[in-house]
Design a protein around this ligand. Structure first.
Ligand code: NI
Length: 227
């Protein structure tokens, strides 16, 4: 098992759609066990494969007092009710926001042995599954914010002054283009303008609000190798 690096907003992979798993094989089981270890080490209640750089429909979930489990090709088949909840994401570290989630859901998926299962979930478990299934479609909780004012740095109250733009550094690793054993590493400082997001933002509007100077090609080269 291994702890995998978690991709952080606005890494473009978080906006891509994951593809279904065709066969649940050892590679998928290894991904599941690595994701569970990564989720536990980050103290998350859920993790989706795109967050660790794999565009496959695999999520892992662990709510308090329960064992971790995986859902492969998960589908939410029914949603009932709605409630406002505070939510965060391992890919948007340091922020939480107020979103609307279902009270109760029904879902189905495959397990690590390829067996089909169904489940019904409420409260935190339902919220976690909705959140992780969203990741498989390139949706992050920021898209569900009730208003951008409802996004807060963790630890501040809604009444305190706060800001919504996150400065961060991207380390771009380029695969060697010559048959030589070295990698170029590019460091890019930029800002994610979360302040431009609101509940009505389309996915494309919400995509990469990068500061000037960041080019598309720089973003796409931000790829980890998974050897
Ligand atoms: Ni997340």
């Amino acid at each position: 098992m291994a702890i995998l690096p978690i991709r952080v907003f606005p890494d473009p992979i978080l906006r891509q759609k994951a593809r279904p798993v065709k066969r649940v094989d050892d590679a998928v089981r290894r991904l599941v066990s690595d994701m569970i270890e990564t989720m536990q080490s980050a103290r998350g209640v859920g993790l989706a494969a795109p967050q660790v750089g794999e565009l496959r429909q695999v999520i892992t979930i662990q709510v308090p007092e329960q064992d971790a489990f995986a859902m492969i090709n998960p589908e939410i088949t029914r949603r009932d009710g709605s409630r406002e909840v505070t939510e965060g994401c391992l890919s948007v570290p340091g922020y939480s926001g107020l979103v609307t989630r279902s009270i109760h859901i029904n879902a189905r998926a495959l397990d690590e042995n390829g067996g089909r299962f169904k489940l019904t979930a409420e409260e935190l478990l339902a919220q976690a599954i909705e959140h992780e299934v969203d990741h498989l479609s390139g949706i992050v909780f920021l898209d569900h914010l009730i208003a951008h004012e409802e996004l807060h740095k963790v630890g501040t109250s809604p009444d305190e002054p706060h800001w919504h733009d996150v400065g961060y550094t991207v380390y771009a690793q380029h695969a060697p283009t010559l048959a030589r054993d070295f990698e170029l590493v590019e460091v890019m400082n930029t800002v994610a303008r979360l302040s431009r997001l609101n509940a009505e933002s389309s996915l494309s509007e919400a995509s990469y609000d990068l500061a000037d100077g960041a080019h598309e090609s720089d973003l796409h080269s931000h790829d980890h190798s998974h050897s």
